[in-house]
Design a protein around this ligand. Sequence first.
Ligand SMILES: [Ca+2]
Length: 198
Amino acid sequence: MKKLLSFIGFLLIIGAANQASAALVSLANDGFELGNLTGWNHDNATVETSPYQNIGTYYAQITGATQGTYDGYTGYGGYISQSVSSTINGGEYSYSFDWLFLFNEGTQWDYAYYKIDGVETKFYEKGTESDPPAGWTTQTIDFSGTGQDVVLEIGVVSYLSDNYSQLLIDATPVPVPASLLLLGTGLFTVAGIGRKKF
Ligand SMILES: [Ca+2]
């Protein structure tokens, strides 16, 4: 039994190490608590204080409002972006942020996206989902390191110029590391087995 417990413990430690292997990325001023967009490149973005406060006092508000071409359609976009160091080529990197989508018209296709070095992923699209989530939602970006800086961009596209959709961005609550949760669960499990058998 002792050997079995040791083995389970060993597996848990390996599991915890794997869970922790993605490097958590931190960005400058990602909670916008400087009250401005210092550290970010941006277009059609402002920092606001109300009425959608999330973490702290400030959040960023991006408005789909600059004419441009997206996916072959003429759309209207806004964004914030920042260079991120990813020093290990092929390494796992992870960044989380909170978002809230304000949809101001009946038209389909407005969407929110993030890009890593220009490669776009839509994380909310009016055309394929119904109404956006009512509250702040956490989105995680997992990406592979390139050995140098990559550009991380978050933005919103609107397809009509009369009523622009808006994307609000803020820091995400600091999570309990998954490795600690896993380790904690594992220890309770091992303790439980121990009590049952002896
Ligand atoms: Ca904030």
